[in-house]
Design a protein around this ligand. Structure first.
Ligand SMILES: C[S@@+](CC[C@H](N)C(=O)[O-])C[C@H]1O[C@@H](n2cnc3c(N)ncnc32)[C@H](O)[C@@H]1O
Length: 206
């Protein structure tokens, strides 16, 4: 009998405790599994942010940073001041080993953005919101927690894009004059699984 791989079920896991348990369980194997499947989103997100945030020393919050693949890509893009938060302490433990982050803080489902300060010039959410990650409410909360002129660089994978309500959060905030969309590009997410993702860079206007 063959057992199911975590990646066969991750997009069906519901938010909250089940999500935390799944990532706690996956933490040690996560990097190898993702690298084997040519995970591209962290690089795409970091490069998109770099096109709009020339100050490489600006403090950035890496939301749902996991084991730090997103922080690694941000550092490769030249960013030097990265704070990470995540629901899973075991994922954070792996991130700590990379020695990339200024701070790493566990967050709760109730207050996912408690670590954001006005000093943060950008929030990054790479593979962090949508199917297999934090719930839709976190998208609106991320926008809410940005300071004026702050940037949100967020990816939404193809499973997430199937639910138009996610992108509606962005278009509604744009319609209300809360944000402007600096760029949006669909491209590879996990090419080995034939999955894409859209990467958005948003700027807070008010
Ligand atoms: C697919 S991983 C992405 C990790 C990293 N950003 C990357 O690109 O590799 C999704 C992460 O979201 C975290 N997560 C899931 N739900 C969350 C929530 N409600 N608040 C914060 N983190 C959450 C998980 O623990 C996991 O580390």
């Amino acid at each position: 009998m063959t057992s199911k791989h975590i990646m066969d079920t991750i997009y069906q896991v519901t938010a909250g405790k089940a999500m935390q348990d799944t990532y706690d369980q996956w933490a040690e194997q996560y990097d190898a599994d993702l690298q084997q499947r040519d995970y591209r989103t962290p690089q795409r997100v970091a490069q998109a942010l770099a096109r709009h945030l020339p100050d490489r020393h600006a403090p950035i919050l890496d939301f749902a940073c996991g084991t730090g693949l997103s922080g690694h890509a941000l550092r490769d893009a030249g960013f030097t001041c990265i704070d990470g938060v995540d629901l899973s302490e075991k994922m954070l433990r792996q991130a700590m080993k990379k020695g990339i982050y200024r701070t790493l803080t566990p967050c709760s489902v109730e207050q996912p953005f408690a670590a954001v300060t006005t000093a943060h010039r950008a929030i990054v959410a790479s593979g962090a919101i949508g199917a297999g990650a934090a719930p839709m409410a976190c998208l609106a909360l991320a926008i809410e927690h940005l300071s004026k002129d702050g940037l949100l660089c967020v990816s939404l994978n193809d499973h997430t894009l199937e639910d138009p309500a996610f992108e509606a959060v962005i278009t509604e905030a744009q319609g209300q004059g809360v944000i402007e969309i600096l760029e949006q590009e669909h491209g590879p997410h996990l090419p080995a699984l034939n999955l894409g993702a859209k990467v958005y860079v948003l700027r807070k206007l008010i």
